[in-house]
Design a protein. Structure first.
Length: 207
């Protein structure tokens, strides 16, 4: 059986990742591809603790949060019920809203990037994305979107969004030979962005 693909969507908060994942999932299913969509942090036990850290209900420093992301990610990969690795081995294409590049960008903006990369090394060894699709957006625009949701989380502040966006592009320069990365500009019209993402997927699948 042919392995499924692993497609990761990256970007600062409010960049439209979840919307574009739904649109790409529908497109791939129309092409006959079996698709499973997921996100990080997960809604598992470790992910639930992370969500509470992100909203301030549980106090935690940056290294603790970074370590929790790694633990949640390993469970995300290996969970016997709905782990990513088993899905891909079964021929299912997985679309994930965030993976370890998010840790590199978000945690690496606050603690040693080398430490974050080393902490995530096992995840990278277990599974590298077939493509990382980074949706680029002006941080002020994304903050406006996030603010309309209501409550904001730990990293959803303009200065942090600007810092994280900068960190992403530093990562692309540093990891260009290790990671397959496609940068897609977020357009005012959702379908314009979706069209660019479909072009990336078409090339990956050979449609």
């Amino acid at each position: 059986m042919q392995r499924g693909k692993f497609i990761v969507f990256e970007g600062i908060d409010g960049s439209g990742k979840s919307t574009q994942i739904k649109l790409l999932a529908n497109y791939l299913r129309e092409k006959g591809v079996s698709v499973y969509t997921t996100c990080e942090p997960t809604d598992g036990p470790i992910g639930s603790v992370l969500h509470q850290c992100m909203t301030g209900r549980i106090p935690a420093d940056e290294k603790t949060i970074a370590a929790l992301f790694v633990a949640d990610r390993l469970d995300h990969l290996n969970n016997p019920v709905n782990g990513i690795l088993s899905k891909i081995e079964a021929g299912i294409t997985v679309l994930s809203d965030r993976y370890y590049l998010s840790s590199y960008a978000y945690n690496g903006a606050h603690v040693s990037l080398d430490w974050v990369i080393q902490a995530n090394a096992m995840c990278a060894e277990l599974l590298r994305p077939d493509i990382n699709i980074y949706i680029d957006i002006d941080p002020q625009v994304s903050l406006g979107r996030v603010s309309r949701r209501g409550s904001t989380e730990r990293y959803e502040k303009l200065d942090n969004m600007e810092r994280v966006r900068k960190k992403y592009f530093e990562l692309f320069e540093r990891l260009g030979k290790e990671e397959k990365i496609a940068v897609v500009q977020s357009r005012r019209e959702v379908q314009e962005t979706a069209k660019k993402i479909r072009e990336v997927a078409d090339e990956l699948f050979g449609f």
